[in-house]
Design a protein around this ligand. Structure first.
Ligand code: IPM
Ligand code: MN
Length: 354
């Protein structure tokens, strides 16, 4: 039991974001009631609709306001009537960068009963975590065009990392492995055979930090292309994987599909010393909006991650168990409209089981 109270900023966003967030919050409320802590939610309506109505994306004053919260609970960003990139960069990436959420923590966990496309693999085999660097690399936005629109056009987008960025991410990954790893093994996913600067820095830092401060943790290295192959063929090899921003983006979509798809894949944008933001890996799924058929499990699993982050471990475990029961015994398919239950019914079942 804890008597604590947490202030949570809720950013439902676009498309099915609000529907899944409602269920995530329903379950969080059930957990906070049961385990005796308080969650104070405050809603913010940034997203495509607000942008189309007012032209406002995410003002700096809102970022400052978000700094005062214990966590941010986000639904989805992306609107069919807004050019791709505007909202993603203006809201999602802006928050990640401004709040220095330098870790993107993405568990690849197959819940019981959830169909996976991987033959002969089950929850025993598919259970690892990707630690994605979240504010650097190709996402830094350094680059530009020359002679744009001419046949001689040149476009550059640089993969930029400094030692400090790499080091803090690696340290987080080592600490995470020490605390949560099942096999005490941290794998670096890189491309040292081609990206001989950036991933050379990562690899040197990885071994230096590991040898000096985490000698009990086994270090492995995989190129990113091979990582993809083994994530499909032998996912049970992995415990914790650490990688840069772009590779992390790509391999976590692969990971998500092996754990049952975007309906269930959750992630956290973590600033270990600041405000973290929890968001489903999937997007706003415009075509399912307002139909009460979207799978809310990803948002509910974000709630688990948020409670773990707030050190409400008992409550997090209770939700996790309830999700396991519902995936194992109730929902047969993770796809929108295929669950056999509506969005809100899934939320009810999980809330009741907490
Ligand atoms: C993700 C998304 C984002 C990313 C996009 C929407 C900017 O794909 O969270 O993985 O590339 O990080
Ligand atoms: Mn992505």
């Amino acid at each position: 039991m804890s008597n604590k109270s947490y202030n949570i900023a809720v950013l439902p966003g676009d498309g099915t974001g609000p529907e899944v967030v409602d269920e995530g919050i329903k379950v969080l409320k059930a957990a906070s009631d049961k385990f005796g802590f308080k969650l104070n939610f405050e809603w913010f309506d940034f997203g495509g609709d607000r942008y189309l109505e007012t032209g406002e994306i995410l003002p700096d004053s809102a970022v400052e306001e978000f700094r005062k919260f214990d966590s941010i609970f986000l639904g989805a960003i992306g609107h069919p009537d807004v050019k791709p990139g505007i909202l993603e960069k203006g809201i999602l990436l802006k928050l990640r960068f401004e709040l220095d959420q330098y870790i993107n923590l993405r568990p690849v966990k197959l819940y019981p009963g959830v169909p996976t496309p991987l033959k002969d693999k089950g929850p025993e085999e598919i259970d690892y975590v990707v630690v994605r660097e979240n504010v650097g690399g190709l996402y830094t936005g350094i680059g530009g065009f020359t002679m744009k629109g001419t046949p001689d056009e040149v476009a550059v987008q640089s993969m930029v990392y400094n030692r400090k960025q790499v080091e803090r991410c690696l340290r987080y990954a080592f600490e995470y492995t020490r605390k949560h790893g099942k096999k005490n093994t941290l794998a670096l996913c890189g491309k040292t055979n081609v990206l001989t600067y950036t991933y050379d820095l990562w690899e040197r830092a990885f071994h230096e930090i590991g040898e000096k401060d985490f000698p009990e943790i086994t270090r492995e290295y995989y190129h990113v292309d091979a990582t993809c192959m083994w994530m499909v063929k032998n996912p049970e090899w992995f415990d914790v994987i650490v990688t840069g921003n772009m590779f992390g983006d790509i391999i976590t979509d692969l990971g998500a599909i092996t754990q049952g798809g975007m309906g269930i894949a959750a992630g956290g944008n973590i600033n270990p010393n600041g405000v973290s933001m929890f968001e489903p890996i999937g997007g706003s799924a415009p075509k399912y909006t307002g139909k009460n058929i979207i799978n809310p499990l990803a948002s509910i699993c974000c709630g688990i991650m948020m409670l773990e982050h707030l050190n409400e471990d008992e409550a997090a475990k209770a939700i996790d168990k309830s999700v396991m029961y519902v995936t194992g015994n109730k929902i047969k398919d993770m796809g929108a409209g295929k669950m056999g239950y509506s969005t809100s019914e899934v939320g009810d079942m999980i809330a009741d089981g907490v």
